[in-house]
Ligand binder design. Structure first.
Ligand code: FAD
Length: 232
């Protein structure tokens, strides 16, 4: 079974940015995500300005704004980091020892052990996607959202608020809406990123606060700096 200093669930904008900076500073990081085909995948092309020195800035190419090309560059940069293990799995729940989170259970693979677990699951908790008259369980177009993690968090007592985001129609993709669950503001401590109900559990990104890609990336960096401070 793999053991990490920090295990991040969700390789979106916030989770990838945090993993990238932590790994560069020598922390053993696991970055577990539902699909390697959607690592740092935008809804629409990111537009500068970006946080200086960020993974978001490095993966951006003004000559090629295709979302798939942006995703591929970001994934390549993450995979090139020695201390970072990017792998595909779907988190289904947390395993506790007393009030401390010690493990993330997954559908596909072995459970992953970690000293600290970060949830960076974006718009994928309890997500419903609406496209014309069609409604499906998805956090982004063509990306399913599975109920297990959200159900297990609810069973642990976590409270949520409902949020909604909209993607406008483009020449190549239809417009759609995503309704999802974010942690209730009282569950999360902004300064430390902790989900205070349990020990060793943190959250970052859209699952705890609203904002654009630049803010999600900035938050990922801020989380990494906080964890580096905690790890000494
Ligand atoms: P995400 O980038 O969504 O990453 C979350 C990752 O977690 C995903 O890769 C997902 O596969 C993974 N994941 C989820 N659950 C699990 C699980 N159980 N196990 C393993 N992996 C899991 N901002 C902009 O600047 N421009 C936009 O055009 C824009 N459009 C938006 C449209 C919508 C519908 C929404 C809801 C938000 C939009 N935002 C936009 C806001 C925000 O910037 C993005 O949502 C951004 O992607 C959030 O970053 P994140 O890292 O929190 O989550």
């Amino acid at each position: 079974m793999r053991r990490y200093q920090v295990l991040i669930v969700g390789a979106g904008f916030a989770g990838s940015e945090a993993a990238y900076l932590l790994a560069q500073k020598g922390v053993r990081v696991g970055l577990l995500t539902q699909s390697l085909d959607s690592v740092m995948m935008p809804f629409l092309p990111p537009k500068p300005p970006f946080p200086p020195g960020s993974l978001l800035e490095k993966a951006y190419d003004p000559e090629d704004e295709r979302v798939w090309a942006f995703h591929a560059r970001a994934k390549y940069l993450l995979e090139a980091e020695d201390n970072l293990h990017l792998f595909q799995a779907t988190a289904t729940g947390l395993l506790l020892e007393g009030e401390r989170v010690v493990r993330v259970n997954t559908w596909e693979g072995p459970p992953a052990l970690a000293e600290r677990v970060v949830l960076a699951v974006g718009s994928f908790l309890g997500a419903r996607l609406f496209l014309g008259g069609v409604e499906e369980e998805a956090g982004r177009l063509s990306e399913a959202s599975y109920p297990d993690l959200w159900e297990s968090l609810k069973a642990l007592g976590f409270r949520f608020v409902e949020r909604e985001g909209e993607v406008p129609e483009t020449p190549t993709t239809p417009g759609y809406r995503v309704r999802y669950q974010a942690f209730h503001p009282e569950e999360w401590e902004e300064a430390t990123f902790r989900l205070t109900r349990l020990k060793g559990l943190y959250a970052v990104g859209l699952c705890v606060r609203e904002g654009d890609y630049a803010l999600m990336s900035q938050e990922g960096k801020r989380l990494a700096e906080h964890l580096l401070h905690e790890l000494g």
